[in-house]
Design a protein around this ligand. Structure first.
Ligand SMILES: [Zn+2]
Length: 473
């Protein structure tokens, strides 16, 4: 074969090279894969994956994403993006890679962060559902220490952001005390202030002024003593769509509107006022965390049997599930008129659609754990409720990723999939831009560069389920 074949073989080689040329761009000069620099940092590569940067509906097909330590270092076509030697390779074929989720409204439970304590179980449930950042608007006294342990890598969990103890009518008496409390919370290391309202205008104004002086953002409820217009002017980030329903009443109608309102006053609310309120929200640059799913449970009728079938409840002690059931089956929530509940929920959805139409930004908050909102699982309930209210999947996914980073003023550090960004990533079997329920097809979660494949997530979930059962003796 040699002689004849030799000429012939040359022929083949020439042919091969030539062929290579025309099919695609000249074959990339593949540089030998760089060896992992001796940083000792782990290197992980997602190979052949579809990347969702979530800056638009675009899908970057067949990419390689390289993570070194806690940072994404490369995102590019798999054909031309080398995988460093010694890297852990994660098969991305037929899968989607997006930024990790930020739950911007959790109640952080007490504990050191081990799976034996409530905080540790909560962090495990959050991670197992793709939550890589969590903002605690209500937190146990152990929260700041836990935040530091997570940040130092001693405890595996979502990056924690912690608000100080709430400012409300019972916790703060007068403007001077409000200023003092703001200064104390700043000194203690809290990153934002939470208000449950009821402060009275003068004290509220003092809290806001001192917060601005200390560089602390304010998030929370809007009660009638302040009202939506003042909250927007104060640049307060708004939870639960507070203040919007009251602002739908005709001028001069001084009816007191509760946060959960099923009464006759709802019939005097005019949705035609929504566009102006939404535009004012947009102009003020205010982010809304609508917490739709929790309020839909609160305003539900006869939902307990179906709610008790939720798989997520295997991670909650049955005594808690029973308490949640009782709360819905008896008392004011059970006795409220169905028509009022329906109008309440419909007005809230109209406000959400109005805010979206004006381009006012959203955050995603589950307000868990509460009333059949189980940590981690609750963010999916919330995102699905936001889509059911009329928002596009892209809008909801951005609310749970890029918008959260933007709200913290850290969009250049996390919230998307790009070189230099923190490696908080979700690998999915389905494209959530098509349907946010596909967020439940998690293959694995990466948090600050630590890769947790399905098997590890399931093992954590099993331990939390056992802990929940163990409380039942
Ligand atoms: Zn809350």
């Amino acid at each position: 074969m040699e002689s004849g074949s030799k000429r012939a073989s040359w022929g083949w080689l020439a042919l091969l090279i030539w062929l290579g040329g025309c099919a695609t761009a000249p074959a990339p000069q593949r540089t030998p894969p760089p060896s992992a620099p001796a940083t000792g940092e782990p290197v992980v590569a997602f190979v052949g994956v579809s990347v969702l940067p979530l800056d638009s509906e675009r899908v970057l097909a067949d990419q390689t994403v390289v993570v070194r330590g806690e940072r994404i270092v490369a995102v590019g076509p798999a054909a031309s993006t080398p995988v460093p030697q010694g890297a852990t390779r994660v098969d991305g074929k037929g899968r989607y890679l997006m930024p990790g989720l930020a739950d911007m409204h959790i109640h952080l439970l007490p504990g050191e962060g081990t799976l034996a304590d409530p905080a540790g179980q909560q962090l495990a449930l959050l991670l197992a559902n793709g939550v890589t950042t969590a903002r605690a608007l209500v937190a146990a006294p152990t929260a700041l220490a836990l935040r530091e342990r997570v940040a130092r890598g001693e405890v595996l969990g979502p990056t924690l952001r912690v608000a100080g103890p709430s400012f409300h009518g019972e916790s703060v008496q007068g403007p001077e005390q409000a200023r003092q409390k703001v200064r104390e919370q700043k000194a203690a290391g809290f990153e934002l202030l939470k208000t449950h309202g009821g402060l009275g205008r003068e004290t509220y104004d003092a809290m806001v002024a001192e917060a601005q002086a200390q560089g602390l953002p304010v998030s929370g409820h809007v009660t009638p003593d302040v009202g939506l217009a003042r909250a927007l002017e104060a640049r307060q980030q708004i939870e639960h769509l507070d203040g919007y329903l009251a602002a739908l009443l005709p001028p001069g109608d001084a009816a007191k509107v509760e946060q959960v309102e099923f009464g006759e006053v709802l019939t005097r609310m005019d949705p035609a006022r929504i566009p102006a309120l939404a535009e004012a929200t947009k102009q003020a640059g205010i982010f809304n965390t609508p917490t739709l799913a929790l309020f839909e449970i609160v305003a539900s009728t006869g939902a307990v049997p179906e709610l008790r079938t939720k798989r997520a409840l295997r991670y909650v002690p049955s005594a808690t599930v029973d308490a949640w059931s009782r709360e819905l089956l008896s008392g004011p929530l059970a006795e409220a008129p169905a028509a009022g509940k329906h109008r309440f929920l419909e007005l809230r959805r109209q406000v959400v659609r109005g805010l979206d139409a004006a381009g006012a930004p959203f955050l995603v908050g589950s307000d868990s754990p509460q009333l059949f909102m189980v940590p981690g699982f609750a963010i999916h309930q919330e995102m699905e409720a936001m889509v059911a209210a009329g928002l596009r999947p892209l809008t909801v996914l951005q609310a749970a990723t890029r918008n959260a980073a933007t709200w913290f003023g850290e969009a250049n550090q996390w919230g998307t999939v790009a070189p230099g960004q923190r490696a908080d990533l979700l690998l999915l079997n389905g494209n959530p831009l098509e349907d946010v329920r596909l967020l439940r097809t998690l293959v694995g979660v990466m948090v600050r560069g630590t890769w947790l494949p399905r098997s590890e997530l399931d093992a954590k979930l099993e331990q939390v389920a056992m802990a929940a059962r163990a409380t039942e003796g």
